[in-house]
Design a protein around this ligand. Sequence first.
Ligand code: UDP
Length: 259
Amino acid sequence: MARRRQIYEGKAKILYEGPEPGTLIQYFKDDATAFNAQKRGTIAGKGVINNRISEHIFTALQQIGVPTHFIRRLNMREQLIRQVEIIPIEIVIRNVAAGSLTKRLGIEEGTQLPRTIIEYYYKDDALGDPMIADEHIACFGWATQDEMNDIADMAIRVNDFLSGMFAAIGIRLIDFKLEFGRVWDGDFARVILADEISPDGCRLWDSKTNQKLDKDRFRQDLGGVEEAYQEVARRLGLLREEDEVAVLDLDSHRKKRGK
Ligand code: UDP
């Protein structure tokens, strides 16, 4: 049987040629990386869960009018997406100080920010995804000013929507990363949301306990990584009961590991 053509392999996903022109298949792996791929590992079942969580979120965003590349989920680990020209910028939206913001500016983790911050990073592994300003984007032609305006507007809408969606299930949306791509309609380009939205690229804290329910558990060796991803899916109503692990207790998990 002819093997379908692989278009690209990234750290957490593989892209295959889709069934029709202008489509791709996005396959979610269990591989996890952190610190610009200096730390590598696998999180069992992560691909399956991220596929479901991302499907859920992209579908909800489409329903409120945010255009995305998502077409439909095909199976446990794959979804059909529109092929886009990826804009080489990672958009990070922050509501609460964490991660690189705390390190760069010496702000204590967990500090509520008085206003939402949008940051831009140039997508280049060899350079370690450096932070950039609007001026760099315009200067090097990575996106037009109109595209950047659309991206910032969509990022704020996504943030408002997701903050509410997660708040309703007892989760604080601390920060997250988005990627956008261009689709062409004749001579006109339009920007749509691409990539994925999952605990790999979001910081999600339990509202009551501030327990981390995201990739920081992997980054910081906190244990209970699989359980945290499952807990997010469970609270979103995406896991059937028989899929669920016993009641999540990250504290006892940590104690068991002697931390
Ligand atoms: N993020 C991501 N991919 C990256 C860098 C960051 O998905 O290559 C996400 C990360 O999960 C977090 C947010 O963007 O939710 C902000 O990340 P930060 O700049 O604090 O960097 P980190 O501490 O993750 O290195």
